[in-house]
Design a protein around this ligand. Structure first.
Ligand SMILES: [Zn+2]
Ligand SMILES: [Zn+2]
Length: 806
């Protein structure tokens, strides 16, 4: 690998705004100021110090390993031609395990070279056995195409790698089935195309030696549960043809990857987690915007007629967008090439516009060196952007994650991350954009006004220590299991042995399919009774999907699953699709479609619902004296009743508008805890404050669950009450927002003590007095964040934690 030698490029003056203007800059910038110095200047600019932690992630030299003795010379030579001189230790370890026939998951950092870990055993086997085949699964077509290029570039005789997905021309499909020995596809194609057509694939499946599952952490929640059964169906077809392939999985770093991979495949999987690839050093700062004084409305740039929501008399922090814009302006003024990651496109534009304005105020014209990156750029436009950044004409870029899709930016001096991107994997992926060869870089995570962000900036060990966030899925979800068993029955009649393969709940699901008339039991097994195949969408999550249609053109933009449609597509909702913003005119639930038009308002919308919940059954519980912790099935009735409009730049509430939508029923899985009224009284919680205490604890607990499981706070719901009819006690419920559950509540139950301790700490450590969006307020609260009692929420959680065993 070569890199541009920046040290020989002509340098533009640094730290000297007057002499630096767009017109005179033609050569590439030299190295920026040392990250530690840069950070010192950035944090010295405001009144207080916003930095809560600085982690120096040292550079690491790679640990190479010898080529495995079984890797043929031809393969080693091919890799060497592609500049892979030797494998890193973790690659060799995983490859050796897989070659010995052990199922293995390699879970290491971004760009640690996970692909070599499966390419080595897979390709060595294809070279040694001219009949063997390999099936590679990626979550996206783009990644499969990438891998195809990498494997094809090795130019190995007789492998004939090929992508087989929805875009593959009909004419090529038969050739691929017959002749390719390395087929790259995705779970949807496996589900819709390959498994139903298994007769045509029998030659390929009979000789299948390896199944590679790349980016396996993306198979989570309901989608992951579906994929788990698609893989069981694959194993079943292979077994019918006499093949028992070895599974090799690649994952982002996560908590307990072996368990997650085992659930996904249904097989015992060994994990390799020690990353031995080299990396550059990064100075990583955690940044918490300051709390604004409660009466800061006067300094707000919002016009006076747009008044705030008077229900919200709580304190707020300075918005992460404004803070990021200031940081971007400051780093650009220092001559530092900086990329800011912002969650939404509108947010990226706000950051870029504010940074440009600040720079132009300092030095007219300097603002031209900052741009926003929009999704949907043409290839040439992306190349132009890369060129401008490389040469230093452009110094600052604000972008959404869409950047990952097309622009090849390397060697930035600093990366600003506006808000925790949801998972550690994404965080490191974004931070990994910083650092030219051999040079130290700066990364800054700017916390949003959100309990999880707040927790993370005060608990750096959750970011830099051992990961706890696990990929969860629940293959036993009956709403997933039954349709998957139906698909399996079409592919071949189900036998008692299959019930073992499909695992917990399979017998009950088969009985229900028989009762519903979908399966017929015969002496040789259970048979599918209908002429048509069942229609099962791996990514559909309960309820018929709602089509999103642009009214002016009739164009179908996409679909939203029924469960989320009331939240995302209510009239007036701002709906984002591939970075473009639309506003919903009409939601027609009878026809299953929403009519939208393009519009980019300055606000985002946040739907609120009201919820009722009843307990159906208890699966498991812990009796901890005055405290009870439960996992079980619940029925949730909810109705989206209104939505808030919030100004994007400031997060300020513009207004709350009513909605008229029907109620919905959801049978799902919940975790809940109860406390005795006596224990609350003893802890000093007055009876009148119990509702606010539980409500505040519930909000924060939902906000912190993504720390334990890769979920979004929108995947989960909650309910708290001073006395619940089914538990007859003060209770806090947290439930999966998907029919049948998705594994989130179960993970919460399994890690209850750690989860609620983090929740307690997040509330206690928040600097506000009465509660704010960083701790106990929730943007989706159906009750307008009322009542909430921050100090009593801490008392509630202390009672739970004192009694609950670890
Ligand atoms: Zn707070
Ligand atoms: Zn609430």
């Amino acid at each position: 690998m070569t890199s541009d030698d920046f040290s020989s490029a002509r340098r533009t003056p640094r730290h000297d705004l007057e002499s630096s203007s767009a017109a005179t800059v033609s050569a590439g910038p030299g190295p920026g100021p040392a990250p530690a110095d840069l950070l010192r200047r950035l944090r010295a600019r405001g009144a207080g110090d916003p930095v809560t932690h600085v982690e120096r992630v040292p550079a690491r030299a790679g640990v190479p390993a010898p080529w495995p003795s079984w890797a043929p010379e031809e393969l080693r030579a091919a890799f060497t031609r592609r500049a892979v001189v030797a494998p890193w230790q973790h690659q060799a370890e995983a490859a050796n395990l897989a070659y010995e026939g052990r199922h293995v998951v390699v879970a290491t950092g971004t760009a640690s070279g996970k692909s070599l870990a499966y390419q080595l055993p897979a390709l060595a086997t294809l070279l040694a056995d001219p009949r063997a085949t390999v099936l590679y699964l990626a979550p996206t077509k783009a990644l499969a195409a990438d891998q195809l290029r990498a494997v094809a570039a090795l130019e190995l005789e007789g492998v004939r790698p090929a992508c087989y997905d929805g875009d593959t021309p009909r004419a090529e499909r038969e050739w691929i089935r017959r002749h390719s020995r390395f087929v790259l596809t995705n779970p949807d194609m496996l589900h819709h195309g390959i498994l139903p057509g298994h007769a045509q694939w029998s030659g390929f499946l009979r000789r299948l030696a390896y199944v590679v599952i790349d980016e396996c952490h993306t198979y989570r929640g309901v989608f992951g549960s579906h994929v788990a059964h698609v893989l069981r169906r694959l194993r079943r077809q292979c077994a019918r043809f006499g093949a028992t392939p070895v599974f090799v999985l690649a994952s982002a770093t996560s908590g307990d990857p072996a368990t997650a991979a085992g659930r996904l495949t249904g097989l015992p999987v060994t994990a390799v987690t020690e990353d031995s690839s080299p990396r550059g050093g990064v100075t990583f700062a955690l940044w918490e915007p300051p709390l604004l004084p409660p009466d800061s409305g006067a300094s707000s740039p919002v016009p006076p007629q747009a008044t705030g929501d008077h229900d919200d008399l709580h304190q707020v922090r300075r918005s992460a967008l404004r803070e990021t814009a200031d940081l971007l302006a400051d780093t650009v003024a220092e001559g530092v090439r900086t990329l800011a990651f912002v969650r939404s496109r509108k947010g990226a534009e706000v950051v870029a516009a504010n940074a440009r304005r600040a720079l132009d105020d300092a030095v007219p014209g300097l603002g031209d060196r900052v741009a926003a990156y929009r999704g949907g750029y043409l290839r040439e436009e992306r190349r132009e952007l890369e060129r401008a950044l490389l040469h230093g004409d452009l110094l600052g870029l604000a972008s959404t994650n869409a950047l990952e899709l097309g622009v090849d930016l390397v060697g930035l001096d600093a990366v600003l991350i506006c808000g925790y991107p949801g998972t550690r994997a994404s965080l490191w992926q974004q931070a990994g954009r910083a650092g030219r060869s051999g040079q130290e870089a700066l990364a800054v995570l700017v916390a949003r006004d959100d309990p999880l962000d707040t927790y993370l900036v005060h608990h750096p060990e959750a970011i830099f220590g051992a990961p706890v966030e696990a990929t969860v899925l629940d293959p036993a979800n009956p709403y997933v299991l039954a349709p998957q068993l139906a698909c399996a029955a079409v592919e071949a009649p189900l036998t008692p042995a299959d019930l073992v393969l499909f695992g917990e709940g399979a017998k009950e699901a088969v009985d229900e399919l028989v009762a519903a008339g979908a399966l017929r039991q015969r002496p040789t097994g259970w048979y599918w009774r209908h002429r048509e195949r069942p229609e099962v969408d791996l990514r559909g999550e309960g309820g018929a999907p709602v089509a999103v249609v642009e009214s002016s053109t009739g164009r179908l933009l996409g679909t939203v699953d029924g469960g989320s449609s009331h939240f995302l597509l209510h009239p007036g909702a701002v709906y984002l699709h591939q970075g473009v913003s639309y506003v919903v005119d009409q939601l027609d639930l009878a026809d299953g479609c929403a009519l939208v038009h393009t519009e980019e308002p300055d606000w985002s919308t946040h739907a609120r619902d009201v919820t009722d919940l009843s307990v159906v059954s208890v699966r498991s519980y812990v009796d901890a004296g005055p405290v009870g912790m439960f996992l079980g099935e619940v029925d949730v009735t909810s109705q989206v009743v209104s939505y808030q409009r919030r100004r994007i730049a400031t997060g300020e509430v513009i207004d709350t508008r009513p909605l008229d939508l029907p109620t919905r029923e959801l049978r799902t899985v919940a975790v809940w805890f109860t406390l005795s009224p006596q224990s609350l009284a003893l802890a000093g919680v007055q009876p009148a404050d119990v509702p606010g205490a539980l409500h505040a604890a519930e909000h924060a607990a939902i906000g912190l669950l993504p720390l334990m499981a890769t979920c979004d706070r929108w995947d989960i719901g909650g309910l708290s009450t001073a006395v619940h009819a089914d538990t007859e006690a003060p209770t806090v419920f947290v439930y999966d927002g998907h029919p049948g559950g998705a594994g989130f509540a179960e993970r919460a139950y399994g890690t209850a003590a750690a989860w609620l301790r983090a929740t307690r700490d997040a509330i206690a450590e928040c600097g506000c007095e009465t509660g704010c969006p960083s701790c106990v307020q929730s943007p989706k609260c159906g009750n307008g964040n009322n009542p909430l009692s921050k100090p009593d929420a801490i008392r509630v959680l202390d009672v739970v934690l004192t009694n609950l065993p670890d």
